[in-house]
Design a binder for this molecule. Structure first.
Ligand code: ADP
Ligand code: MG
Ligand code: MG
Length: 886
């Protein structure tokens, strides 16, 4: 087992590639040190040790670790020219967490370790700045008290007790900011903090520096398992068994005076992707001050004015690191007496918009190949780019403005605590979490909310970073906002006015401008950036899988075409039946006592359907259009409330009692497995005849207009090949009849939806009558799992939370079970017809991992909702690239 690796003084034992062992932070500290960047010396205790501790219990370490830590500290002492615990030249350390995947702010960090009543005096003498020494000491005692000794708030309405002590001493001394506290006041703070720790834990704050060190190492390992880290890992599918590393590092000080600072920088703007060094800092401060959003920090252009030499170094290092890692970096730095130190670098979290722009720009700059750029795209994150924004032409006046921390528009009802956000969202409400500032403890609430609004914080505060990672709209530093969370209300103040808001009120956030609106603002579809077009060209050059759309209306079809859809993979005819002016004719058809009655009603529906299909064909000129014949159980179209029943009875000229009894007659115990799909076509062939006639006549009509029509008629829910044989014959008879009468020449195909396990098993026989298969994976998932989607809500969440299953099979295709049946079906079908066209038209057709599966399974196309078309295109390209050598 490897226990630790050291870094500093221009070299390092580890490298960036060692993330699994050293964590992202430790691996990149090593990489920066080896590149010769100014990194304070230190060492990283490995994730292997963390896993050992998880297995053997808190405080149990592998043999030999203590000696190795002592030796590594000796090395740091030498490089730093100071001694740990020394009474004249004390070395101070930071103890920092960091696992393989970045989890910003989710675990603990302790700064200024090594201070006690003796070393603090030495630091005061050595720095010639007693105020600074005591500022470090009070910070250390507070962090140690919270993180290691567990002196924290009882619940989310309580202020952290050690913060309360600081604030009360500040107000006693009339100090507005932390920096305004004098040495004497800071001494008072330290004494009060120690007393509170003793009182609350029954244990004294430890003076011995090695006790402090091991206490902190233990606490950082333990912070791997804290609740907020667990929520974060669940959100991002990070395994709980990986563990964190612990980085022990010499301190550098941003709080020694006004020529000192600490800050965060991104090598590109993480919200928009613009190529500019983008960041924030505070002078005379320590790290957590910036990221915790306690004070609103300054923008980097100010740093250039205040500390130009350090700024120039930062610009140089930023470029060097971005070029080295060939990706946008998120940097943490501290300036001590004018000298810059690099404390962290990682690939920066970014919005979907920035993801696309950075990838495309890096290719233009010659740093990435097109192929690498496509592999950098997280297809699911494209969703954000396609989201609607607030209508620029109908913008209501804003009631407040903050920083545009994460773009997009969010409309929701206000809640003031993370727990409330989770609770309300659980009831299906869209909520906006409104806080003075968010801390990492709020992660579950941020996850539940559609948007986040905070009074404090900056563009790089935890809330902003986490929100961007989640693709959630976020506005921070809304300085006119005053939140009273316990009373569930807040106020916007300014211009001598006050505007009250309370829990449950609806507001709209614009994360792209930082504006806040009362009520619901009007939205318009997203404006697509030109970079997306460039990226999609590369995507299309790599993919082999075609992408179609599920569209029932010309509007949907038009949207999908603008997103690059290459045809319609599923048009559900029943949606056309529901329109108010048609439902009556549909009901007449269902209520008709005999075939003649049904035909009479269908004759009324025919011209309407013909019109729909004609328009769809025109929109999809030159592209295939798959139309599914009627699928749902008939009773779905019938009225159910007393009022509706009366209306229908009057409309069709009968009594409510007749309607009621017909509804009862049509009601099934389990409609999902009942009289639906092609079973309707078998028992009431006239329904499928009329639908086919409408399709064929529409096709003939638009073909005459010069439109290229490629109709594909799809028969749903086939369970035995005989169903398809008969219905195919019916379709061909009617279609050919129309073509003959109208004198039209055009090719059409007839295929089936595969959505029953049996159909997968006998696919070879079904294929005899099919020109194509389209896997209906929503129903195939239901029938394979024996699980009704409408009833799954009762227990599926518990299955997911409890880890019985890891993903919802209705979201991501179950490749082991449903996928195996699909593969069987494809094989069977292509045994009979080698060229059989195969597609998918369930919701899975737009989910990246499912699209990748379809590529591997040899599909010709996937079909998904219009907004997911670009996502499916990217996923298809990534799947193709993944299997071709570079
Ligand atoms: P997180 O993972 O939450 O970002 P870090 O371990 O990066 O936690 O620590 C947070 C901040 O603490 C850093 O950004 C930095 O400003 C400060 N910090 C950490 N180590 C040191 C150090 N050795 N010297 C000075 N500041 C430090
Ligand atoms: Mg950090
Ligand atoms: Mg179905």
């Amino acid at each position: 087992m490897i226990h630790l690796k050291t870094f500093g003084g221009g070299s390092a034992e580890g490298r960036a590639k060692d993330k699994a062992l050293l964590g992202g932070k430790g691996a990149n500290l090593a990489e920066m040190a080896s590149l010769g960047l100014p990194v304070p010396p230190g060492f990283t205790i490995t994730t292997e040790v963390c896993r050992y501790v998880m297995d053997h219990g808190v405080g149990t370490y592998p043999d030999g670790l203590t000696a190795e830590v002592d030796a590594a500290i000796g090395q740091v002492e030498e490089l730093a020219g100071a001694k740990f615990g020394d009474a004249t030249q004390p070395l101070l350390l930071s103890v920092r967490s960091g696992g393989a995947a970045s989890m910003p702010g989710m675990m603990d960090t302790i700064l200024n370790l090594g201070l006690n009543d003796i070393t603090v005096e030495a630091l005061a003498v050595q720095s010639a700045n007693p105020r600074f020494a005591w500022d470090c000491y009070r910070r250390f005692v507070a962090m140690y008290g919270e993180v290691v000794m567990g002196v924290v708030a009882a619940d989310e309405h309580d202020e952290p007790p050690l913060d309360v002590i600081l604030e009360s001493i500040k107000s006693k001394h009339k100090a507005v900011r932390d920096q305004d506290l004098t040495e004497a006041a800071l001494r008072e703070v330290v004494a009060a903090l120690k007393a509170a720790i003793q009182e609350r834990t029954g244990k004294p704050f430890p003076d011995d520096v090695r006790t402090q060190l091991w206490g902190s190492i233990g606490a950082v390992f333990a912070s791997w398992s804290n609740p907020r880290a667990e929520v974060y890992r669940r959100t991002y599918n990070i395994s709980a068994t990986l563990g964190t590393a612990v980085n022990v590092q010499a301190m550098v000080f941003g709080n020694l005076g006004d020529d000192c600072a600490t800050g965060v920088a991104f090598t590109r703007n993480p919200a928009t992707g613009t190529a500019e060094l983008y960041g924030e800092f505070l002078t005379n401060a320590q790290g957590e001050d910036v990221v915790a959003g306690v004070r609103t920090p300054l923008g980097l252009p100010e740093l250039e004015k205040i500390l130009p030499a350090a700024y120039a170094d930062l610009v140089r290092n930023a470029k060097l690191l971005e070029d080295h890692f060939r990706d946008m970096q998120d940097l943490e730095f501290t300036i001590q007496r004018g000298k810059l130190f690099m404390l962290q670098t990682r690939n920066g979290k970014r919005t979907g918009k920035a993801m696309v722009k950075v990838a495309v720009d890096l290719v233009a700059e010659g740093k990435l190949t097109q192929r690498e750029a496509v592999m950098r795209i997280d297809p699911a994150k494209l969703d954000e780019v396609l989201h609607p924004t607030i209508d620029p032409k109908a913008r209501p006046p804003a009631v407040a403005k903050g920083l545009p921390a994460s773009p997009g528009a969010a409309i929701g009802r206000i809640v003031f605590t993370a727990n409330a956000a989770e609770e309300w969202a659980g009831r299906g409400e869209r909520v906006i979490l409104v806080r003075t500032d968010t801390s990492p403890e709020d992660i579950h609430g941020m996850k539940a909310a559609v948007g986040i609004l905070t009074a404090r914080g900056g563009m790089t505060s935890h809330s902003a970073v986490v929100a961007r990672g989640m693709g959630k709209c976020c506005v921070t530093a809304c300085t006119s906002l005053r939140v009273d969370a316990p009373k569930k209300k807040a106020m916007f103040v300014g211009g001598g006015k006050e505007l009250a808001i309370k829990e449950g009120d609806t507001i709209t956030l614009d994360g792209s401008t930082g504006e806040v609106f009362l009520g619901t603002a009007p939205l318009v579809p997203a404006q697509l950036a030109s970079e997306l077009g460039v990226l999609m060209e590369w995507v299309d050059s790599f993919r082999t899988l075609r992408v179609r759309t599920n569209a029932d209306t010309p509007t949907d079809a038009r949207t999908a075409r603008s997103f690059g859809a290459e045809g319609i993979g599923l048009c559900r005819t029943e949606h056309m039946f529901f329109q108010p002016e048609r439902i009556l004719a549909v009901r007449e058809m269902i209520l008709a006592p005999d075939e003649a009655g049904r035909r009479a009603a269908l004759a009324k529906i025919l011209p309407m359907q013909r019109g729909d299909f004609a328009e769809l064909f025109r929109v999809m000129d030159g592209l295939p259009v798959t139309i599914r014949l009627l699928d749902p159980p008939l009773h779905e179209f019938l009225p159910h409330t007393a009022k509706d029943i009366e209306e229908v009875a009057a409309d069709v000229g009968t009594t409510p009692a007749v309607i009621t009894s017909k509804v009862a007659e049509l009601t099934e115990a389990n409609p999902m497995l009942g009289h639906r799909g092609c079973r309707l076509g078998i028992t009431f062939p006239e329904i499928y005849e009329i639908q086919t006639q409408a399709i064929a006549e529409a096709a003939a009509q638009v073909a005459a207009e010069g439109v290229v029509v490629l109709p594909e008629i799809m028969i749903p829910l086939v369970m035995v090949d005989e169903e398809l044989r008969r219905l195919r014959a019916l379709v061909v008879r009617v279609f050919d009849g129309v073509l003959a009468t109208t004198g039209t020449k055009l090719a059409y195909t007839v295929g089936t939806m595969i959505e029953l396990p049996r159909a997968c098993v006998v696919a070879d026989r079904i294929a005899e009558h099919a020109d194509f298969f389209s896997f209906g994976t929503n129903d195939l998932t239901q029938t394979t799992f024996g699980l009704s989607r409408d009833d799954a809500g009762r227990f599926l969440p518990a299955y997911l939370d409890g880890g019985v299953i890891s993903v919802d099979p209705f979201v991501a295709l179950d490749q082991d079970g449903v996928g195996a049946l699909i593969e069987l079906g494809v094989r069977g079908g292509r045994t009979t017809k080698p060229g059989l066209k195969v597609g998918i038209c369930g919701e899975h057709g737009g989910e990246p991992s499912s699209v990748e599966f379809c590529h591997r399974a040899g599909f010709d196309y996937v079909s998904c909702s219009p907004f997911r078309v670009p996502i499916a295109r990217v996923a298809a390209a990534r799947a193709a690239l993944a299997e071709t050598p570079k």
